[in-house]
Ligand binder design. Structure first.
Ligand SMILES: [Ca+2]
Ligand SMILES: [Ca+2]
Ligand SMILES: [Ca+2]
Length: 308
């Protein structure tokens, strides 16, 4: 297992819309426009946007990713291309010139992710394939050679995620299936044996997410459904019983996200819609009333994309 990329059937023509040569190989998802059209984002009508959202959409599967690989506390922009991975570091005001972080192709047929699995505060590159999971550690000069962290298939039909559910500072591997949630803890050099953390369906038809919404340092399981948002808090050993965190439905036709935008250390719920971005701040035990954080549309047309 060398981490060699496997499968590129969904890759389309390279974008060449005036991008620097190094980044001109940006992958275009052929289903992107279909997805955007289905969401109503191209037409720009909020009502049809909500109606058109497919349960197959994976709102966090953006073609460009953002994670702090330089260990300065600022998330950097990362592009995964056929010729390798490039990084444009954030300086707090802008993304700097593109740097080559791998000189060879590195991506996974079942997903490429960036999360700190080693616990040194640098986001590492992770490739999930049908054969397992490899990791290339982030260093000061780029991503190092690939290491086999799981040598058997490990991914979830409802999504594969990397988030620190145990609270030790290392992102763990998470597979969401129709039957529940399986976790493989990171020990800093590999992912350990699979543990059942939820033994009932725990996915959300409008998205499944992992973020610390309770504020204890452990990422919790979040399901966005047609009835609302439910949270299964992590206790470090498994996910607890599902709790309703909204009284009614709350999601974004252009994407739902969980991130700490208020700066209190607890992730909040965000909904991107065709007319605005709204936020429901976490109180630690629920999401508060929605507030408009923009009064105008703000969304990217690279996300969401659909898997099937
Ligand atoms: Ca950074
Ligand atoms: Ca962990
Ligand atoms: Ca938590």
């Amino acid at each position: 297992m060398t981490g060699t990329p496997a499968g590129s059937g969904t890759r389309g023509d390279a974008q060449r819309d005036g991008l620097p040569a190094q980044e001109a190989d940006g992958e275009r998802n052929p289903q992107r426009q279909d997805a955007a059209a289905a969401l109503g984002l191209l037409g720009g009508t909020p009502s049809s946007a909500a109606a058109g959202l497919s349960g197959q959409c994976v709102p966090n599967a953006a073609a460009t990713q953002f994670a702090d690989v330089t260990r300065d506390g600022r998330a950097d922009a990362i592009a995964v291309n056929r010729r390798g991975i490039t990084v444009r570091p954030s300086d707090g005001r802008q993304f700097l010139f593109s740097q080559t972080w791998t000189r060879d192709a590195y991506y996974g047929s079942a997903g490429t992710f960036f999360a700190d699995v080693t616990g040194d505060s640098r986001a590492d590159a992770i490739a999930v394939t049908d054969a397992g999971i490899t990791v290339r550690r982030a260093s000061t000069i780029g991503f190092l050679s690939a290491e086999a962290w799981v040598v058997e298939p490990f991914s979830g039909v409802r999504g594969t995620f990397f988030a620190d559910v145990t609270g030790d500072g290392r992102a763990d591997a998470i597979a969401v299936t129709d039957a529940g949630i399986t976790v493989r803890r990171s020990n800093g050099s590999r992912f350990l044996d699979a543990e059942a953390w939820a033994v009932e369906p725990a996915f959300g038809v409008r998205g499944t997410f992992f973020a610390d919404v309770t504020g204890d340092g452990r990422a919790d399981a979040i399901a966005v459904t047609n009835a609302g948002i439910t949270v299964r808090p992590s206790d470090g050993l498994h996910f607890l019983v599902s709790q309703a965190w909204t009284a009614g439905l709350y999601y974004g036709a252009g994407g739902t996200a969980f991130a700490d935008v208020t700066g209190d250390g607890v992730a909040d719920a965000l909904a991107v819609n065709a007319d605005k971005v709204s936020v429901r701040a976490s109180s630690g035990v629920g999401f508060l009333a929605p507030q408009s954080w923009t009064i105008d549309p703000y969304y990217g047309n690279l996300s969401p994309v659909c898997r099937n």
